[in-house]
Design a protein around this ligand. Sequence first.
Ligand code: C2E
Ligand code: MG
Ligand code: MG
Ligand code: MG
Length: 275
Amino acid sequence: EHAKRVSTRSRIYDASMGEFLQQKQSKIERLGQAIRNEGLALYYQPQFDLYTGELIGAEALCRWDDEVWGQVSPVEFIALAEERGLIRELGDWVVRNASAQLREWNKDKDRFTGVLSINVSAQQFDSPYLVDYFLNSTKDIPTERLGIEITESIMMRYPEQAMKLLARLRERGYSISIDDFGTGFSSLSYLSRFPLSALKIDRSFVSAITTDKHNMSIVSTIIAMAKNLKMNVVAEGVETEEQAELLRNLGCHSVQGYLYGKPVSAREFEQAWLS
Ligand code: C2E
Ligand code: MG
Ligand code: MG
Ligand code: MG
């Protein structure tokens, strides 16, 4: 009786597992098609100087709206792309698209004068490929117009290799920001040795900044540290005036968040933020 129950259960398990894998397979195939057939889009979220209100940059964020799966979160499809060997193709697409957009915006006159940043995940930094591709396909764009955002895990994974790759970008004048700062465990000694331009304080700290003293001291420590290391600091996910006010008082330079603008299509970004 016991054996029978176990085997029934494992058959049910096998069936749903099979379905799960099948769905995943279909998703990965559709993602591959989306990358190849203009089924992805880049959205742009503005970043501002917290003191002057000036637009200082934008973050390019990848979107996938699939006929079958609907809007899939980038957290999910980036992970899927990494797992199934599509991240290179996807990353190339992001570089090509973001740079093409910048060329278009600045074709006749410099309409976009800030830094346009793209996101790069850990696996994209496992080899020099992405940095080579980036350098080769953006030669015609002033280096101060482009940046990359990397997470702390990249520095932790292959510190020596990451350092070399980042140095190649930084030497030429591209910006390098550490994304979701505070959520990883980067060693402070590494941090000072890396050629970084900015720390982006993770949204989880920013969202609780006005209600949780503990969070506020973390944020103020990050800001002080960035200052000492001569780095800019960007607060991510600012949603309320109270958060902005507190950040200003703590000496944070730059902000990004729904309070100022959500990620939007290139057209909408242009209409809202570029003259
Ligand atoms: P991230 O780089 O930390 O991007 C910031 C995320 O916070 C974005 O989510 C953005 O829409 C969201 N956000 C910005 N302001 C606010 C706010 O005020 N409130 C709230 N609740 N959220 C806010 P999104 O677009 O879903 O992207 C999620 C993550 O996916 C990104 O986190 C990044 O790690 C990854 N990602 C997105 N596009 C790409 C890409 O092209 N390449 C790679 N490798 N990763 C990407
Ligand atoms: Mg980012
Ligand atoms: Mg972030
Ligand atoms: Mg994030």
